[in-house]
Design a protein around this ligand. Structure first.
Ligand code: XMP
Length: 507
C-alpha cells in the first residue's frame, strides 16, 4: 500500500489532512514531527506533509523535523508552519506579520502542478501570525494573497512545496483537490487504500499472532469489527466474551448474542453477571463510585474467565485512531500489533498484550469495514452507548424499578425517533431517570411517579453537543407513550442544555 506521512507539529487540523487524503483512497498516517529518518524509511512513504503548528520557526526551541529529511528525495508539502519551515530551511526569511485569520482570496500564479485545475483564484483559509518575507533561491511563487506575497511556493526540481493556507479545512475551496494534486500527481501514490485492502492486510498481520486472544464484546460496532477481523485471521484461537451486566438497553443482551450466533462463526460466550453488578451497585448513589464499581466488576469477571479458560496471550480492544493520537500512545509508525501493558486500566498481573486491529481507523472507516464483513446495518448505525451502561443514566441509586423505567422509556425514545426519521440524524437519544417524582393523573386516579428525562443531542465527535430541536409532535408522542405505557412514570422532561456546559450523559 502506498503511504503518505503527515508530520504533526501540533496543529488542531493535522488529523484532518489524513482524513482528506484517505477520502481519495490513499493511506495517510500522522506521525510525530521528530520521527527518526530510520523509522521514516521503514514506513517507506511516497511523500511527506509538514502540517501546521502554533510555533514560530525563528524561536530556538521551535519543533523541527530531523536533519536530512529533505535529502531523502521525497516530495514534501509544507502547510502553514510547515511552509515556514521550508522557507527557513532553504535560506529564505520568515517574519512576524499581521495576523491573518479567515478566508482570503488566493491568486494562482502557476497552475502547472500543485494548483492544476484551480483556475485563476480560490478562497483559502488562513490562520497564521508569521509569513514568508523572502523566498529561498531555487523556489518560485505559485500563489499569493493580498497579505502574503509568497502564500504558495514551489521548488519543482526538488518537488518541495509550501502553502501558507490550510487545504484540509472545508473553508478552503477545492482544498482536497490541492492535496490530491500533491499526493497523486506529484508523489505518484496509488489510490489503493480500500476497505478490502485494509481487511486483507490486517488479517495477514494478525495471523502472525501466537497464542490465544480474548476479546470483550460490548455489542458496539468497534469491538464487533475487531473480533471479526481477528476471527478471520486465527479462527478458534479467538474467544469472545460478552458480559451481560444488567445495565444494557432493553433486550440488548439477546440481540447481541443472536447477532453473533446467527451471523458469525465466532467462539462466543455470554456471561450472565446481572446479579453481581446490581448487588455491588446496591445503595451506591455517587456517580464516580458507580463507574468505579462497574469497571472493577468487569475486570473481576474477565479475570475469572481467563483463569478458567486461559491462558490468553492477547487482549483485543476496539481502540480507534483518534483515541491513539489523543492518548499520546502513538510513538510514530506503530504496527497493527502493538505490545503495551496495562492499557485502559487493565491490571498488570493479567500480563496480556494488547491487540488493536482498528488503531489506524476512523469511525466512518470502521463502519465501512463492518459493512464489508456483513455486520447488520442495525448494529452499525446504532447510537454510541457508554461502557458503564445505564448506571450513568440512572441518577442516584440503581434500583430495579428505575432500571426498568429507563430501559422502557429509552426504547420508546429510540422507536419514535426512528418512526419520525430522526434516529440517524442525531448523535444519541435516550431516557434517564432519577429519584424526583411528580404528581400525575390517570383516569380518576392520582399517580405519584418518576420524572423521566429525555435527552437527544447532535454532535460530530461527542466533544461538544447541541440539544436537538425535535418537532413538538415527536416530543409529544414520546411523552404520551412514556406516561401511558410505563407504570412508574408520571412526567417527561426534555433536556435543553448543550455541551458545554452540560455533558451528554447525566452522570
Ligand atoms: P459525556 O457525558 O462525557 O459523554 O458528554 C461523551 C460521550 O462518551 C460516552 N460516554 C462513555 N463511553 N465509557 C464509554 O465507553 C464511558 O464511561 C462513557 N461515559 C460517557 C457518552 O455516551 C457520549 O457519547
Amino acid at each position: 500500500m502506498d503511504k503518505i506521512v503527515v508530520l504533526d507539529f501540533g496543529s488542531q487540523y493535522s488529523h484532518l489532512i489524513c482524513r482528506r487524503i484517505r477520502e481519495f483512497s490513499v493511506y495517510a498516517e500522522l506521525v510525530p514531527f521528530d520521527i527518526s529518518l530510520e523509522e521514516l524509511k521503514k514506513i517507506n512513504p511516497k511523500g511527506v506533509i509538514f502540517a501546521g503548528g502554533p510555533a514560530s520557526v525563528y524561536n530556538v526551541d521551535s519543533p523541527k523535523p530531523q536533519n536530512g529529511i529533505f535529502d531523502l528525495g521525497l516530495p514534501v508539502l509544507g502547510i502553514c508552519y510547515g511552509h515556514q519551515l521550508i522557507v527557513n530551511n532553504f535560506g529564505g526569511k520568515v517574519k512576524r506579520a499581521n495576523k491573518e485569520y479567515g478566508s482570503s482570496s488566493l491568486t494562482v500564479d502557476n497552475d502547472s502542478d500543485l494548483f492544476s485545475g484551480m483556475g485563476k483564484s480560490i478562497r483559502a483559509w488562513m490562520s497564521h501570525g508569521d509569513a514568508a518575507e523572502k523566498i529561498p533561491s531555487g523556489f518560485e511563487i505559485i500563489g499569493h494573497t493580498e497579505n502574503s506575497y509568497a502564500a504558495a511556493i514551489a521548488n519543482k526540481q526538488k518537488l518541495i512545496y509550501g502553502i501558507q493556507f490550510h487545504p484540509e479545512v472545508v473553508h478552503t475551496e477545492r482544498g482536497t483537490e490541492i492535496l490530491k494534486n500533491f499526493v497523486i500527481n506529484i508523489c505518484h501514490a496509488k489510490q489503493d487504500w480500500t476497505i478490502e485492502n485494509f481487511i486483507e492486510s490486517t488479517v495477514k498481520e494478525i495471523s502472525k499472532v501466537d497464542g490465544n486472544v480474548l476479546c470483550g464484546i460490548s455489542g458496539g460496532i468497534d469491538s464487533t469489527v475487531a473480533a471479526l477481523l481477528i476471527q478471520k485471521a486465527i479462527g478458534k484461537r479467538l474467544k469472545c466474551v460478552f458480559v451481560d451486566n444488567g445495565l444494557l438497553r432493553l433486550n440488548e443482551e439477546n440481540e447481541v448474542e443472536e447477532m453473533f450466533k446467527n451471523n458469525f462463526a465466532v467462539n462466543f460466550t455470554r456471561i450472565d453477571a446481572k446479579e453481581s453488578f446490581l448487588s455491588k451497585l446496591k445503595g451506591i448513589k455517587d456517580p464516580e463510585q458507580k463507574r468505579m464499581i462497574v469497571g472493577e466488576q468487569f475486570i473481576q469477571i474477565f479475570t475469572e474467565f481467563t483463569e478458567k479458560n486461559g491462558p490468553f496471550k492477547w487482549l483485543a480492544q476496539g481502540t480507534l485512531y483518534p483515541d491513539v493520537i489523543e492518548s499520546g500512545v502513538s510513538k510514530g509508525p506503530a504496527a497493527v500489533i502493538k505490545t503495551h501493558h496495562n492499557v485502559g486500566g487493565l491490571p498488570s498481573w493479567l500480563n496480556m498484550q494488547v491487540l488493536e486491529p482498528l488503531r489506524f481507523l476512523y469511525k466512518d472507516e470502521v463502519r465501512k469495514v463492518a459493512k464489508a464483513l456483513g455486520v447488520p446495518d442495525k448494529l452499525s448505525n446504532r447510537h454510541p452507548f457508554p461502557g458503564p451502561g445505564l448506571a450513568v443514566r440512572i441518577i442516584g441509586e440503581v434500583t430495579p424499578e428505575k432500571l426498568q423505567i429507563c430501559k422502557l422509556a429509552s426504547k420508546i425514545v429510540e422507536d419514535e425517533l426512528m418512526e419520525a426519521g430522526w434516529y440517524d440524524k442525531v448523535w444519541q437519544a435516550y431516557a434517564a431517570v432519577g429519584d424526583d417524582r411528580a404528581v400525575g393523573v390517570v383516569g380518576d386516579e392520582r399517580k405519584y411517579g418518576h420524572i423521566v428525562i429525555v435527552r437527544v443531542v447532535n454532535s460530530i465527535d461527542a466533544m461538544t453537543a447541541d440539544w436537538t430541536r425535535l418537532p413538538p409532535e415527536v416530543l409529544e408522542r414520546i411523552s404520551n407513550r412514556i406516561t401511558n405505557e410505563i407504570d412508574g412514570a408520571a412526567w417527561v422532561s426534555y433536556v435543553i442544555s448543550s455541551k458545554p456546559p452540560a455533558t451528554i450523559e447525566p452522570q
